[in-house]
Design a protein around this ligand. Structure first.
Ligand SMILES: [Zn+2]
Length: 235
């Protein structure tokens, strides 16, 4: 589906507690970049601030979007966690599920965050937030998907057997200055969102901001511009 058929603002689902999942569309091009903040909230809430700042920026500066491109911004995938503020429980949705362990590639019933066990849900796509975003991705068939986290400072390609996400990760890393790392190796991440997106043949990356409080707006807007140019040259 061409993103230009979507309204400029739309609701693509609801959370466990019934909060709206909001998305915002900019640009008029055939290729779409999907950007997602707040898949983890709690101590990663600065990613929501970054997405809100990007939304305001593209609303005020539409000419910064190349004519071949459209952007769809999801500022917060986990609005229930956002309500809890900066505490570890705010990482999870209202069912206590880690929304970056609930996807359909490499899902495991035994998931961890660092050394701590976390709930991946009862099965892949058990959570309404994951179902809603997965459906949006399948409808949109974007050219690239960027998921924002904090604060491991790096760019990590989706890996479901390492197919299509490496080039995107390298472009984003070079333009942002966040180090490119072929694989997140601090601990085992199962059932992640970018891995599932990669399995669809769509490049996807986790962008880990360098701090847990700054939105790091400038380096990210520069990297998004580089991704637009890269997609234009590699349609
Ligand atoms: Zn995260």
């Amino acid at each position: 589906m061409n993103a230009t058929l979507l309204p400029e603002a739309f609701i693509f689902g609801t959370s466990v507690e019934g909060r709206e999942l909001n998305a915002y569309r900019f640009g008029t091009g055939n290729q779409t970049i999907l950007l997602v903040g707040g898949i983890h909230t709690g101590f990663e809430t600065n990613t929501v601030r970054l997405l809100n700042e990007l939304r305001d920026y593209y609303a005020a500066t539409p000419n910064d979007i190349l004519p071949e491109l459209s952007l769809v911004l999801v500022p917060v995938l986990n609005p229930d966690g956002l309500e809890k503020g900066r505490q570890i429980s705010g990482r999870f949705n209202a069912n206590g599920v880690d929304l970056n362990r609930n996807w359909g590639c490499g899902w495991s019933s035994e998931a961890v965050f660092r050394a701590t066990p976390v709930s991946p849900g009862s099965a892949p796509f058990s959570e309404p937030e994951t179902v809603a975003l997965g459906s949006l991705i399948q409808q949109l068939s974007p050219a690239a998907v960027l998921f924002y986290h904090a604060a491991a400072r790096g760019v990590f390609p989706g890996n479901c057997g390492k197919i299509v996400s490496d080039g995107l990760a390298q472009v984003y890393s070079a333009a942002s200055g966040y180090p490119y790392t072929s694989e997140f190796s601090d601990y085992s991440v199962t059932g992640s969102a970018p891995a599932w997106v990669d399995s669809l043949g769509i490049p996807a990356i986790d962008v880990e901001l360098a701090s847990a409080d700054d939105s790091e707006f400038t380096r990210n807007v520069n990297a998004i511009r580089a991704v637009m140019t890269w997609l234009t040259n590699n349609p």
